[in-house]
Design a protein around this ligand. Structure first.
Ligand SMILES: CCCCCCc1ccc(S(N)(=O)=O)cc1
Ligand SMILES: [Zn+2]
Length: 269
């Protein structure tokens, strides 16, 4: 989309994306509702535990993409292997999706239930592809670890992100992450998960993501969610293009798409 960039308002939101990004109307789209009764447990998943290694010092910059905040990471030194994955995946970035109030905001839902937000750790298949951009064009190119966020205690690791939000209030602004953020500390204690083949949940909605969604939600406080909603979707000095309340990014989640004939597997109770 040229002037009217895609976004989350009535005018440019998820139901308009397929106009400019035909893949958004595909049959392997994300997010989906996790119908727990449909999930099949798979011994091959149990036999290859999910394993990851992150380098906190490699969390480089945080940017306001206009669609939310995103922490870009130097992939070197990171790895994610096991579970449903063939080969090694490296961490590229992590970001979050939320709603205008904490009764909604996650992208995946579980038996129809929404959570307050959802954290995505984006990895690319470094065994087969040269970088994330290339990997995004292949069905086995990307893996996203999804963490459901529910309202509760303040999340100390995410607080390091929240503290940087005032310096990236407008679209395009970015700043150095000085205090290292450890992605591993944002994951739940129990590692049970659901996995299925899906897509990027934002345009161009490439159908190249192996989704791994942890079952156990992680806590975040209402104040921390309010900080996410204080980001603006337009550039400093420009007028607000979106018809959101003075361009505040109060909601940036895509509603669920049909799972269709895709298999939904689970590992752990
Ligand atoms: C054409 C290059 C694509 C880079 C990948 C950008 C991206 C990664 C993950 C997600 S999400 N919300 O599915 O985790 C959205 C966007
Ligand atoms: Zn995401």
């Amino acid at each position: 989309m040229s002037a009217a960039e895609w976004g989350y308002t009535k005018r440019n939101g998820p139901f308009t994306w397929a106009k400019n990004y035909p893949t958004a109307a595909g049959i392997r789209q994300s997010p989906v509702d996790i119908d727990t009764a449909l999930a099949t447990s798979d011994s091959s998943l149990e036999s290859k535990p999910l394993r990851w290694k992150y380098v906190p010092q490699n969390t480089r910059t945080i940017v306001n993409s206009g669609h939310g905040w995103r922490v870009d990471v130097d992939s070197e030194g990171s790895e994610l292997v096991g579970g449903p994955l063939e080969g090694t995946y490296k961490l590229q970035q992590f970001h979050c999706h939320w709603g205008s109030s904490s009764d909604k905001g996650s992208e995946h839902t579980v038996d129809g239930q929404s959570y307050a937000a959802e954290l995505h750790l984006v990895h690319w298949n470094s065994s087969k592809y040269a970088d994330c951009g290339e990997a995004a064009d292949y069905p086995d190119g990307l893996t996203v670890l999804g963490v459901l966020l529910k309202v509760g205690a303040k999340n100390p690791e995410l607080q390091k992100v929240i503290d940087l939000i005032p310096s990236i209030s407008h679209r395009g602004e970015k700043t150095e992450v000085k205090e290292a953020i450890d992605p591993a500390k944002m994951l739940p204690k129990t590692l049970s998960y659901w996995t299925y083949l899906g897509s990027l949940t934002v345009p161009p909605c490439n159908e190249s993501v192996t989704w791994i969604l942890f079952k156990e939600p992680v806590e975040v406080s209402e104040e921390q969610l309010a900080a996410f909603r204080s980001l603006r979707c337009y550039k400093r000095g420009e007028e607000c293009p979106c018809d959101e309340v003075d361009g505040l990014l109060i909601s940036n989640y895509r509603p669920t798409l049909p799972l269709g004939t895709r298999e939904l597997r689970e590992c752990g109770s």
